[in-house]
Design a protein around this ligand. Structure first.
Ligand code: GLC
Length: 652
């Protein structure tokens, strides 16, 4: 059961796309309209019971159970990720309370929202929405999983990228030219490590200007893409939110002429510096500006490019154009607000959007900027690539972004905590439909160790986006640069052997508007150990994973809620054995990956290892596990006609 309460004049975020009945009353929470730190707010409070778990909040720090901390949902691009970070890049205001009662709530507002989930140990869950306009969706159901599925049912189907987007991707801020990129591809080939895409960071552009290609570094982009394509490797360039202010830049000129940019308080176009210097931000709140921005991708798709990542869309700003009028706001006291983003709060009060004729300051609609950019980009790509699916992943997002794109979890660090957070963020992201997601494998900032990269690969083997990306000042992070390259080959090979399953489970989850990765508590809600488990996940319907997340560990303790088939992959063969329910210690050498198949289930694995999905035959599979059949989704990997008719019933 789902219903909706409206407060004030809610902003249409386009998160929910199905019709939802109006609510008669607020349930579970007590409500107060009051001014908090000088900001008129809607405040909701619920008293948690000791046994309650709180799931959700998508891309946030801390564990799967969000209880015990305070979260500030206000999209920020601060790269200093640690558990002290109250805000990250996305806004996913959906939570499910699981315990004495079961219910879900989605606070649908583009404004700043603070979730205090029992941070003081007083059992209070208090949600401060810094707005007077809100849609509040209330969900009831028997279990957290049922409630989540109901929510997924109203926010629309997840976008499905092409098959090659499920292959392994290599990236680095620092690849400068076509020759840099083809060298990376050649080295992967020589190392015998499969590869499907390489990301081009800002250096492929002409002076970091969107929708341009550097004429010297990529003198023949079309030919280059064709050449790379023949080797099974796709190029995935980055696109940033800001359009460089430069007469002669046709995108800039068109945007000015048609009035597509965000405004300052004096009515002039707002200017802020990002990578190319001063830029204007498209006003993604305007449907015509979104459509215009989306159509710009044609410049690059005409070169043979079919995948992109969109960035700096919180939006990130380095400094404002001199002469930008001061903000029309009074800064609020900060101590209690724990706001690392507050350094930008003033800037976000200095530019405006036109939302359906209403002038709105960015601060008040801040959390949908990246979402609307993804929407414009996805719709544009759909139009300019009529015959193929596209790959698109965004840094910033809101609920609903999943219909157009996936996300990566931003500028993480090469440390073990971020490996854990990669795992703990996945269920929350799946709860808001963001199935196609993953972290910068190996970590973006800092220097990765061989051990951490191997363990991280073993987790990313299962995340839909599997991309190794790093900062230009970090040590080189390509797998072939480390000693004992065959260990990397062994671990990444698993991805390709499991792809028939991973791809099938992803598409089936998208079609059914279901989750692809789930916490154990969603499958075994009565099992207290499963409910409290923070370091194991379900992948699709049939696999459980328990990755090694500690430095120096030779293995780990694993909890099996039921008897399962343990599968050990050593780079060549799958060794299986039955293991009873309970806890046991599993030994996992650095070159091996262990996972578990649920009872009476099967998992299709590719009989042959291929070096890219271009050579993959999704039908050439064997079934592992003690079940007798599997319903496999398979298609040509790029058709837009993704439907149940492509499901094939396989038997042993
Ligand atoms: C941002 C992105 C990062 C990228 C860099 C340069 O920090 O998050 O992935 O490498 O910008 O474009």
């Amino acid at each position: 059961m789902i219903n909706c309460l409206s407060y004030g004049k809610p902003f249409e975020t386009m998160a929910v796309v199905e019709k939802v009945a109006p609510a008669e009353a607020l349930t579970h929470f007590s409500f107060e309209k009051k001014t908090v730190d000088g900001v008129p707010s809607l405040v909701f409070t619920y008293e948690l019971s000791p046994e309650d778990i709180v799931y959700g909040l998508g891309e946030t720090m801390h564990g799967i159970n969000k209880r015990g901390y305070r979260y500030i949902i206000f999209n920020t691009d601060d790269p200093h990720h640690s558990d002290n970070m109250p805000s990250l890049y996305g806004a996913h205001n959906f939570i499910v309370v699981d315990g004495r009662e079961h219910f879900g709530v989605f606070f649908d507002t583009p404004a700043r929202v603070v979730f205090d989930i029992d941070s003081k140990g007083d059992g209070l869950l208090t949600v401060y929405c810094e707005t007077e306009d809100l849609k509040l969706y209330q969900l009831e159901g028997d279990t957290s999983y049922a409630i989540t599925k109901e929510f997924l049912g109203v926010i629309g189907q997840s976008y499905v990228p092409p098959l090659w987007a499920f292959g392994y991707g290599q990236s680095r801020w620092g690849y400068k030219s076509a020759s840099d990129i083809s060298t990376v591809a050649a080295k992967y080939e020589k190392a015998g490590i499969p590869l499907d895409f390489i990301c081009a960071d800002i250096d492929y552009m002409d002076r970091f200007i969107d929708f341009t290609v550097h004429p010297k570094r990529f003198p023949d982009m079309k030919g280059f893409c064709r050449f790379m394509g023949s080797r099974g490797v796709h190029l995935v360039p980055i696109i940033d939110a800001g359009i460089k202010i430069e007469p002669g830049n046709p995108v800039y000129e068109e945007g000015v002429k048609n009035d597509y940019f965000c405004k300052r308080s004096d009515g002039k176009n707002f200017g802020a510096a990002v990578w190319p210097g001063l830029t204007h931000f498209p006003d993604f709140c305007k449907p015509e500006a979104r459509r215009w921005f989306g159509r710009q991708f044609k410049t690059l798709t005409d070169q043979g490019i079919e995948g992109f990542w969109i960035d700096m869309n919180e939006p990130a700003t380095f400094w404002l154009e001199p002469g930008t009028p001061a903000a029309e706001w009074t800064p609020v006291p900060d101590e209690e607000r724990l706001t690392p983003e507050s350094k930008r709060a003033d800037e976000y009060h200095r530019f405006y959007h036109d939302y359906d004729g209403r002038r709105m300051v960015n601060y008040d609609v801040h959390n949908v900027f990246g979402h609307f950019m993804a929407m414009g980009s996805g719709e544009g790509l759909n139009e300019v690539l009529p015959d193929h699916r596209y790959l698109l992943f965004s840094r910033s997002s809101y609920v609903g972004t999943h219909r157009y794109a996936g996300i990566w979890t931003g500028d993480n660090h090469s440390d073990w905590l971020m490996l854990k957070r990669n795992l703990t963020q996945m269920p929350g992201l799946n709860m808001v439909g963001l199935l196609y997601s993953g972290a910068d494998t190996g970590g973006f900032g800092g220097n990765v160790s061989r051990e951490l990269l191997l363990r991280w690969n073993a987790l990313s083997d299962f995340t839909p986006l599997f991309r190794n990306h790093s900062y230009k000042c970090a040590i080189r992070q390509e797998c072939y640069r480390f000693n004992g390259v065959s260990d990397f080959r062994d671990v990444i090979s698993l991805r390709y052997r499991l792809l028939p399953y991973l791809y099938s489970e992803f598409v089936k989850a998208a079609l059914a508007q279901d989750m692809y990765m789930k916490p154990l508590g969603f499958a075994w809600p009565e099992d207290e150990t499963a409910r409290r488990c923070e370091d194991q996940l379900l992948v699709g319907e049939n696999i459980m994973i328990a990755p090694v997340l500690e430095k120096g560990a030779e293995g780990r303790e694993v909890y099996l809620p039921v008897a399962m088939t343990e599968v050990r992959f050593d780079g060549r063969d799958f060794a299986t054995r039955k293991v009873p329910a309970g806890t046991y210690t599993v030994n996992v050498p650095l070159n091996e990956v262990v996972f578990w198949i649920l009872p009476d289930r099967c998992v299709p694995v590719a009989n042959k290892l291929c070096m890219s999905t271009k050579d993959m035959d999704l039908a050439d599979v064997s079934l592992l596990g003690d079940g007798s059949s599997y319903d496999q989704y398979r298609d040509d990997g790029y058709t837009k006609d993704v439907s149940e008719k492509n499901i094939v019933h396989l038997t042993k």
